[in-house]
Design a protein around this ligand. Structure first.
Ligand SMILES: *[C@@H]1O[C@H](CO)[C@@H](O)[C@H](O)[C@H]1NC(C)=O
Ligand SMILES: *[C@@H]1O[C@H](CO)[C@@H](O)[C@H](O)[C@H]1NC(C)=O
Ligand SMILES: *[C@@H]1O[C@H](CO)[C@@H](O)[C@H](O)[C@H]1NC(C)=O
Ligand SMILES: *[C@@H]1O[C@H](CO)[C@@H](O)[C@H](O)[C@H]1NC(C)=O
Length: 460
């Protein structure tokens, strides 16, 4: 504690003495001498511009101001002398040419340097030949052509970014300098649409359509420069061309298609609930640009159901589902037999169907009756199919001596109806007078043909 007080006291004493000493060097009774008013400064200008380095002095009188160039006492060289009364600069030999060409000039005791170049960079000292007064300025000159290119900073330095879709992206582009150049962002090819002003471009959520090239352009003074960043967005997406495919029993084949997009290029595989589908005699897998196909041949009931088109590229994955169903084939009426009951006919038909049938719809009516006046009967499936072939019969009670049209359609478990028969089955019922005449003629014709030609002519 005692030591501290002693040291403080000592310091105060020293300070007081030094102040007193300086005051003592200035003779109070004489007229005031020159006084340097300017304080040291740091000056900045661009190549080709002019700069004024100040050196204001009061009461200069007959004395002179000297301008020197150089960073330290040893290397300083005298540039010129400016006399207090004449105020005309007197340049040293090596700077004579600069004064004549106008490169160097003065304004009072201030020094003006025109058409700045890198050679002008350095420290300039103004000295008054009185009491050792001087002020030293630092001059910086920026060469806009070379300097800015070197100091431009980027983020990321690779100027290349890859993100998963939905992630945020930051690009930055900065040109340190004075004055700070303005920065404009736009997409390459869309220079008229400014995305952002300022050194940072931020995309909160980058989507696939945001992938591409982004330009940051800086403009400071006359010079303009820029750089380009590349954004890659990783994604996959898949879409089924048709979400539901109905297999025709007649050809029992199907082609499933999915449309795929992604970056990086995705891999595509086909799946069923039983696992991945491999290429084979039944399954053919093919691809064109952005389209992937699975072709299935000789479809059986086991092949019906859901198929997945699964797409992945290491970063993301997606899938599309295609449901394979089938519609029964056209029914074919095999026969219609009259039963013991003369008005009742036993009709037998067959239907090919990949997909199991539940019932049949039989539509019948007299020939020429419009569709909405035909009778409908529903007949359940009673016999097991042989493979995919269904055979069934049903009874119809019909008017005698009439011509009927009969149509049959198969109906699946999920109420899918098969197509209409292209041609109806024509059923002509017996009985009535026309039938009796026909029967008589049929039996009499062979007898007639055995009669001699003359007898036939007479009869006709
Ligand atoms: C400016 O200085 C450059 C050299 O640094 C010179 O080539 C040019 O002619 C000068 N321009 C003028 C107008 O004096
Ligand atoms: C940019 O990055 C992607 C993947 O991240 C790479 O494939 C590509 O070659 C890079 N491009 C450049 C110019 O660095
Ligand atoms: C109808 O005909 C089919 C095939 O000829 C036969 O199996 C079925 O028993 C017959 N039904 C009746 C009710 O006669
Ligand atoms: C439809 O069925 C009803 C009842 O069995 C019958 O009276 C009618 O004549 C039938 N119509 C045709 C067009 O067969």
């Amino acid at each position: 504690m005692l030591t501290f007080i002693l040291v403080s006291a000592l310091l105060l004493t020293v300070e007081g003495q030094s102040n007193g000493g300086r005051q003592a060097a200035r003779p109070a009774e004489r007229p005031p001498g020159p006084r340097l008013l300017t304080t040291a400064g740091r000056y900045h200008a661009y190549r080709g511009e002019s700069v004024k380095l100040p050196c204001a002095v009061s009461n200069l009188g007959r004395r002179s101001v000297f301008w020197l160039k150089g960073d330290n006492l040893q290397s300083r060289e005298l540039v010129m002398q400016i006399h207090g009364i004449r105020r005309r600069p007197v340049a040293m030999r090596q700077f004579l040419q600069d004064v004549r060409s106008g490169k160097l000039s003065t304004e009072g005791t201030n020094l003006i340097i025109n058409n700045l170049s890198a050679e002008d960079i350095g420290t300039y000292t103004c000295t008054v030949a009185w009491a050792g007064q001087s002020v030293t300025h630092v001059l910086e000159v920026t060469d806009t052509e070379s300097a800015e290119k070197v100091v431009m900073e980027y983020f990321p330095p690779s100027k290349n970014t890859t993100v998963a879709e939905g992630s945020s992206v930051t690009f930055a582009c900065r040109t340190p300098g004075f004055p700070q150049p303005s920065v404009t962002w736009y997409r390459e090819g869309a220079e008229d649409q400014v995305l952002q002003m300022g050194p940072v471009l931020q995309l909160d959520e980058a989507w696939r359509q945001d992938a591409g090239r982004y330009v940051c352009a800086t403009s400071g003074g006359a010079e303009q420069q820029g750089t380009t960043f590349t954004l890659h967005v990783q994604y996959v997406s898949v879409r089924a061309a048709e979400e539901r495919i109905e297999v025709r029993t007649e050809d029992r084949r199907a082609r499933l298609t999915c449309y795929v997009e992604g970056y990086p290029a995705p891999q595509v595989s086909w799946y069923r609930s039983t696992g991945q589908i491999a290429e084979g005699p039944k399954h053919r897998i093919s691809a064109a640009t952005g389209q992937y196909h699975l072709e299935i041949e000789q479809i059986t009931p086991e092949d019906l159901g859901e198929y997945q088109c699964y797409v992945h590229n290491g970063v993301s994955r997606d899938l599309a589902t295609v449901t394979l169903s089938a519609i029964p084939g056209q029914a074919r009426v095999l026969e219609a037999k009259q039963t013991q009951h003369p008005k009742t006919y036993n009709v037998t038909w067959t239907v090919e169907s990949v997909v199991p049938l539940r019932l049949y719809i039989m539509e019948y009516g007299k020939k020429g009756v419009p569709a909405d006046h035909r009778n409908l009967t529903y007949i359940g499936v009673t016999t097991q199919p042989r493979g995919m072939t269904y055979v069934e019969s049903g009874l119809l009670t019909l008017d005698p001596a009439s011509t009927y049209e009969v149509r049959v359609r198969g109906v699946t478990q999920d109420n899918q109806q098969g197509p209409d028969m292209t041609q109806p089955f024509i059923l002509s019922t017996g009985g009535g007078t026309s039938a009796k005449v026909a029967r008589m003629l049929r039996t009499s014709l062979p007898i007639l043909s055995r009669l001699p030609a003359l007898a036939r002519n007479i009869l006709q």
